[in-house]
Design a protein. Structure first.
Length: 277
């Protein structure tokens, strides 16, 4: 059988390492030293580059302007309902065009506010403060919002794109046009002029009893011509000239008997009273 020959390279190293503990310690220390030197030579960190100083000034200013703009401004037309915006802050509502339109409509139909409060709350969502024309167009009767918003992108003034939002109400559709406007706090959605109002003729048709015009009395315009006969036994008859008739009592009827004070008389009966012998 052929005998296994020892490796001519590893056999001397293995015998030298296993010869004594001193040789093993020297080998381990030498291995760590070689690794340290190799790391110092090949693992040197590159020199820091001056990349920040090479950024153009225009790019730096653009980056600064972008950082000042709120990142939550949404250009998505996500439809909202009146209940979905309840309790939200003005800043969060102004991040969405449909939400801004619904908040405007909610304040517009609110009857609990005075004219000054109503004007101030409307002006939060508008690019221009409401004037006398808008106050004169304020609904005088309660108007209910009947559904969610319907939004679409349209062409605005000056070639800029805008968003048109329709808020359905009990008195018709409230059409609202919005654009992104820059303010001190950043870019927000704002309602453009002319400010939207509802048709007052449609609002008057709601017919709220407390604010509607007082109805005219039909009894005042109704005339009757009673005709009585000379016979005392015949009652008077009325001949109305309109659809509404009013009964007139006859003067020939006998008057009602007047009650006489005293004990109630017991009638004479042919049979004895029940229960008596």
């Amino acid at each position: 059988m052929p005998s296994s020959t020892a490796n001519p390279v590893l056999a001397p190293i293995r015998r030298w390492v296993l010869y004594s503990r001193t040789n093993l310690t020297i080998t381990i220390v030498s291995a760590f030293g070689v690794l340290f030197v190799a790391g110092a030579v090949f693992g040197q960190s590159p020199a820091p580059s001056n990349t920040a100083s090479k950024i153009p000034a225009s790019t730096a200013s653009t980056t600064g302007a972008a950082s000042s703009t709120p990142g939550d401004l949404s250009y998505e037309l996500t439809e909202v309902t009146e209940s979905s915006i309840a309790g939200k802050s003005i800043a969060s509502v102004a991040e969405s065009a449909p939400a801004t339109a619904m908040a405007y409509a909610h304040v517009y139909v609110d009857q609990s506010l005075s004219n000054s409060e109503w004007k101030t709350k409307l002006g939060v969502h508008t690019a221009k403060a409401p004037g006398v024309t808008v106050i004169n167009a304020r609904p005088l009767v309660p108007v209910a919002i009947t559904g969610p918003t319907r939004s679409e992108i349209v062409a605005g003034t000056g070639g800029e794109s805008a968003v048109r939002v329709i808020v359905p109400t009990q008195a018709g559709n409230l059409r609202i046009t919005l654009k992104v406007s820059g303010t001190d706090k950043g870019s927000t959605w704002q309602i453009q002029t002319p400010l939207p109002t509802l048709d007052r003729s449609e609002i008057d048709r709601l017919g709220v009893p407390s604010l509607a015009s007082p109805p005219t009395s039909e009894a005042a315009t109704t005339t009757t011509t009673p005709t009585s006969t000379s016979s005392p036994s015949t009652t008077a008859t009325t001949t109305p000239t309109s659809t509404t008739s009013v009964a007139v009592p006859s003067a020939d009827l006998e008057p009602a008997p007047v009650p006489v004070p005293g004990p109630i008389p017991i009638p004479d009966l042919d049979t004895p009273l029940p229960g008596t012998l």
